[in-house]
Design a protein around this ligand. Sequence first.
Ligand SMILES: [Zn+2]
Length: 655
Amino acid sequence: MTNLVERSSALEEAPAASTPGPVHPTPGASSALRPLPHDAAELTAGWLHDWQRVTLGATLPHVLDRVEQGEARSNLARLVGESDAPLTGMFFTDTDVYKAVEAVAWASSRLPVDHPLLVRAQALVDLVGRAQEADGYVNSRVQGDPAVDRWSDPQWGHELYTAGHLLQAAVAAARTGSLPGTLEIARGLADLVVALFGPDGTGRPGYVEGHPEVETALVELYRLTGHAPYLETAALQLHARGHGWLGADRFGSAYFQDAVPVREATEATGHAVRQLYLLTGAVDVAVETGDTELLLAAVRIWEDLDATKTYVTGAHGSRHRDESIGDAYELPPDRAYAESCAAIATFHLTWRLLLATGEARYAAAMEHVLHNALAASTSVSGTEFFYSNPLHLRSGHGGEHEDAPTQRLAWFTCACCPPNIARLLTSVHDYLLTSSSEGLQLQHHASLTADTRVRGAGVRLEVESDQPWGGTTRVVVSTADEQSWELALRLPVRAERWSVTIDGQPMTGVAGDGYVRLRRSWAGRHEVVLRVEVDVHQLTPHPRVDAIRGCVALARGPVVYALEQADLPEGAVLEDARLRRVVGPVRGGEGAVAPVLLEVEVSLQRPHETALYSSAPRTHDDGVHVVRLIPYHRWANRSPGAMRVWLPLADPSTA
Ligand SMILES: [Zn+2]
């Protein structure tokens, strides 16, 4: 590890050029691409811009309300005599505080210093500081319960997981220069973790915990501080896992991600969020230590996930019982668990794989999950959320349980998702552009401005894009630099036909690897226009996905569509609707649930009889109707009601 120590001291001396974002590999990391700084790009219009604005204006104040009024704050406040409330809630209630603080920190560059969000987040940080013990330890569920010893419940205690979220909040605060004190608190706890579980740790040998998260957080804290023991401890935690040390308990070792070392694993398994957070940390450790074998293992596991265990919405996790990924092709639409946090974790993981490899398939996975599973998690109002994201809500579904409700809820007993959504969306503009020695890459199409540097020279990008609803992206490049470099535009999901012009002249960009690559001197001001045909695609599932055989899903660009009860004729039962043909996209118009809807023709196939099983013909045709599908991510924004993504075909022989 000598090289790490040397590298870290060089880092500590390096002047900070700008504000790094959530993931910032060190200059020595084996990373094909680099993220742009947090303050380089700003969303200016469109779908993602509007969502980020709702996050700032509605989601974040709502999350802070709930954190301040609930056990997340009171569990900490009672430690310092500022609350009489009983100790309550999940083992990781502190993480609601940390995620909210992180969300505010990433938003801080767009807020005046006395903005109420910053004032409220600072009060939470100060409270954590008062609750912290002299040796750096802080965890309200352990400190608040005299019957519980520190590090006594590695299966369920979530102490390292909770620490990880504090570290990530501190990285955000330190990089943005906001919320003073957060980094000092976090380093106090991180140093304690290193002293116990680091290279010369005095804690229990082999200690790992049931929920990965601290690995990726320690790596980012290393990237911020240059302090090598954080990276070494992350690597140790990663390598200690997978040997059954945690035991099986009721869900088995795979649930805890402790059945097989990451390096040896061949498939994605166990609790979805834990698997994805673990892989996120694995990629971070791999690129910082030059561990190609570990990176390839993460790629291998992601490929298994992508090929056999991913919902058409980009979601992961088919089982409610243990929140697990499920077997290959076990993708039931109505019983999908598809936790919002798993979608967030997928976004985190695929961004790191994109940076590490430069391969477009990871950006495509990000685009897919962002526009479907992730976007569905939050209401248009920004203050209601899904924990679970099924692809089919049955007619008559009870919907009283918070893991499978009929509509989004304001908060949850296990409140992991809402603040997680907030922290991702306040930093989502950090995930749109990358740079490399070749030039700049537009990874996601959104209207934005970006001021950055290519080979030391200043470059300004002004992007106007009507995606995901339209297919035109206009990029104005301004620079005084005479050098030749490459502007790469990633082709969006399902963009099979495209054309590109520079200053009005048709170009033949190369797109064999998913990017239109344009190399030239950009000196002056030049306009690139990429037009893609946004077609409606009728998707059929792999033949082994039994639960949806004979069905199709409709997608336009990255957006997957769904049929909702509210769009059926009165009295019709959603499950009776069979797709006859696609009429085509239509503009949503004033007050519509989305700018572009899909018109389709369905027949209603009513059952003849009530018998559950019968040898007689089952249905009769009860009329043909033209109805409109809405983007899946907009469902349950009008009224509670049945919904489905996978539509049975009127003629199943074409599926
Ligand atoms: Zn969650």
